[in-house]
Design a protein. Sequence first.
Length: 485
Amino acid sequence: SVRRSPSQPPLGALPRASPSAAAMLSTLRVTQAALRRHARTATAAAASNLPATTFAPVKFAKEDVEVVMSELPDFNYYEIKESVPNPYKGSTLDRSVLLDPPTPAPLAAPKAEFSQLENGLKVASIDKGGLTARVGLLVNAGSRFETSANFGVTNMVSMMSFASTAHLSQLRTVKSLEQLGCNSTAMCKAGREETVYKVDVARKFVPLVVPLLVGNVLFPRLLPWEVKATAKKVKDMRKTLETDADAMVSDLLHKAAFCNNTLGLSPHASERCLSYFTPETIRGFLLDHFAPERMVLVGVNVAHNDLAKWAMRSFADYNAIPMKKREETKATYTGGDLRMEGSSPFCHVALALQSSPWGQADMAALALLQSILGGGSAALATPGAGTTTRLATQVVKQSPYVESCAAFNTSYSDAGLFGVYGVSQPDKAGDMCMSIAKTLTGLTNVSGDELTRAKAMLKGNLFRQMDDDSALMQDMGTQLLLSGR
């Protein structure tokens, strides 16, 4: 998949399928087989020590309204704050302004906890003691489940998030989020296999945002005038996407790899989808795919009992969407080549091969391959970026025309893509592609020291990702959706 700048030379300047491409694919498979032996041994040893995931059952219960309301945190929707004099004006740094120092909370090692409601919705959380809670509601419904009758509906669902529900108008929803201080973090993102509603909020307000999240999937009103107003934004969103070279190349890459099927269907709506942008289309998609059995509620920096309790209360008095059997069409890898003009002054290229789906033993080998290849940037070097990896030393440092280059591995429930993404000057894109191909063909020779270094880098990256609460929340939810554990 290639995104070219207007000044780039004719397409013939870039390499097309050739015997070297076939050799590259063959050598990559050989290298995967070599690393697979190491990975399987390590995976088997680790898996034997992992306890089986158990879900604590959460029963629906009728509760007294006054008792429930008494558990809510203080929240004044119509609060008007008047300005008051600053009591610390003129204070210098050598004077403490803490009149009553807060008592430190007892520290406890974070642990993952799991529950399951009677209707099948899974709840997972991990409390790291942070003051900001990350709460996400993930639904196993994405663009791969669209049909010719509702193209673009996944994007429509995300655009209609946090609108009017049976309990709150759109204005009241927005003002509530603003008053909670999370109006800029509340969002919904539609992907190829999942739709994610998420909010970052002060942990004491979790009892208030959980019902707001659930309202998006349980009783959205989908008012015609709100749908019509949102539909006008499709053209602007498309223009924004086309100016984002990274996102556009990813979209083209999937279209080329899985042409006209499942994962090749874009989660971004286009202008030709506007005829499907109706309340009936959106409601039909929700009824077909948004059953609680296909949902996961995940929280980071929240008390698990509180998260499970308020999830139960949000569903207790309502009939959730019943589970419907849907056709699980397997992703078919086709391969191909897609290119388009772009506004970027650089040429963005993604070269990918078919890889293993999520949950397979080869995932460890692919992660090590990605670490060995690594990546590099001509302008930026971050901790763990792998400045001594093969792509950094054999591609980026060897050419002043290459801006950046990095390996990637994307896994889905039944397919995956492994490859390299590079950015270069337009007239040197062909040279960069040949350098990438040469680096990939050299993967048949991996020394023991290089493998050890790649494992250490992989561990470091995993630990750094665990410090990112948003990434941890997303990872926990994705694992539960794809594996159920």
